[in-house]
Design a protein around this ligand. Structure first.
Ligand code: NAD
Ligand code: TYD
Length: 347
């Protein structure tokens, strides 16, 4: 029986991962750990309240005491999602990214070093990272596990640094750690600051759809459930000390995504038709990476992972989720998000 501590469990991917484990692994226990920052939301974990295999601890990964309290000898696995995750926020305020993503990851590594974690002892920590550590691609080629790190934003620089610490703790201390570098996720519970929920919600509210630059930047989209199944696969079968790239083989330009969302909204919310009239081109993001695309052959071939969702089906299901869960995002929009939105996009 595994006792899995999930950091950042009240965030988008963390919450989806908690559900994934509770649903598919009946013998596992999950301890959700989260500071509940602006993007952490207990409402994301509502459906597992009452499950005896689930518990929640409010804590901060940068605080030694909180980690001593949560990472006890009984914990067998850690899946580490907790982070500051939004590129635009890292551009306006980088310091919190260094604190949380670098120091926080370092403190978790120190805690498992203190507890003398070994693979033979049945322990493993999985560090969840991003493909943004590899920098940007031109129109050709793919990122793989062999690609050099060339982070371009304060967010990706902080994640790259945390990846390096994880690597160094394997090489220096032999700790049982493994890292995944994943492409852009989408799906239920994603915080409304990110492209897909932001465009969906704005379309429904009849607000401008702010496309950075010309909208020709490309991302490789992966459904969050497929990311969760990949993480579980690496947790169970990944070799410690290694990294695994995870992607959706679904490259789309930002314009493609926004147009697809508008078309789905025209169908599901015909009163707002045509939603494409809301598209507004705004000032480009500073240092905006042009293209991300992952070749995930290693994860597929060595570990046997395969994604299930197609992008078009997954996007429709996601838009439907935001339409059906208006209360969830309305409560977010009424808080800190209002000030962020004003600062980022003006009135
Ligand atoms: P998110 O912003 O939705 O969630 C982050 C969670 O971490 C929140 O619940 C927040 O409260 C918590 N947190 C922040 N600081 C903390 C601290 N000091 N102590 C404890 N908890 C803290 O982010 P997400 O999109 O779910 O991303 C999760 C992880 O996956 C991140 O590490 C991110 O870098 C990585 N990742 C995300 C994507 C993506 O497309 N979203 C892609 C690849 C990798
Ligand atoms: P985002 O969801 O922030 O993810 P990331 O920056 O980590 O890839 O953005 C995805 C793409 O969408 C990125 O190229 C920036 C673009 N974008 C917009 O054009 N407008 C927006 O309002 C946002 C939030 C993003």
């Amino acid at each position: 029986m595994r006792k899995i501590l999930v950091t950042g469990a009240a965030g988008f991917i963390g919450a989806n991962f908690v559900y994934y484990i509770l649903k598919n692994f009946k013998d596992d226990q999950v301890i959700a750990f989260d500071k509940l920052t602006y993007s952490g939301n207990l409402a994301n974990l509502k459906e597992c309240e009452g499950d005896k295999r689930y518990s929640f601890i409010q804590g901060d990964i940068t605080e030694k005491k909180d980690l001593q309290n949560a990472i006890t000898d009984q914990i067998t696995h850690i899946v580490h999602f907790a982070a500051e995750s939004h590129v635009d926020r890292s551009i306006t305020g980088p310091e919190e990214f260094i604190h949380t993503n670098v120091i926080g990851t370092f403190r978790i590594l120190e805690r498992i070093r203190e507890l003398k974690w070994t693979e033979q002892g049945g322990k493993k920590m999985l560090h969840v990272s991003t493909d943004e550590v590899y920098g940007t691609l031109g129109s050709e080629g793919f990122f793989t596990e062999e690609t050099c790190f060339q982070p371009n934003s304060p967010y990706s620089a902080s994640k790259a640094s945390s990846d390096h610490f994880v690597r160094s703790y394997f090489h220096t201390y032999g700790l049982p750690v493994v890292t995944t570098n994943c492409s852009n996720n989408y799906g239920p519970y994603q915080f409304p600051e990110k492209l897909i929920p932001l465009m969906t919600i704005n379309a429904l509210l009849g607000k401008p759809l702010p496309v950075y630059g010309k909208g020709d930047n490309i991302r490789d989209w992966l459904h969050v459930e497929d990311h969760c199944s990949a993480i579980e696969t690496v947790l169970a079968k990944g070799k410690t000390g290694e990294t695994y790239a995870i992607g959706g083989r679904s490259e789309r330009t930002n314009m493609d995504i926004v147009n697809q969302i508008c078309a789905i909204m025209d169908e599901l919310h015909p009163e707002g038709k045509p939603h494409s009239s809301l598209i507004t081109y705004v000032k480009d993001r500073l240092g905006h990476d042009f293209r991300y695309a992952i070749d995930c052959s290693k994860t597929e071939n060595e570990l046997g992972w395969k994604q299930k969702h197609t992008f078009e089906e997954g996007l429709r299901q996601t838009v439907e989720w935001y339409l059906a869960n208006q209360k969830w995002w309305e409560s977010i929009l009424s808080g800190e998000y209002k000030d962020y939105y004003k600062k980022q996009y003006g009135n």
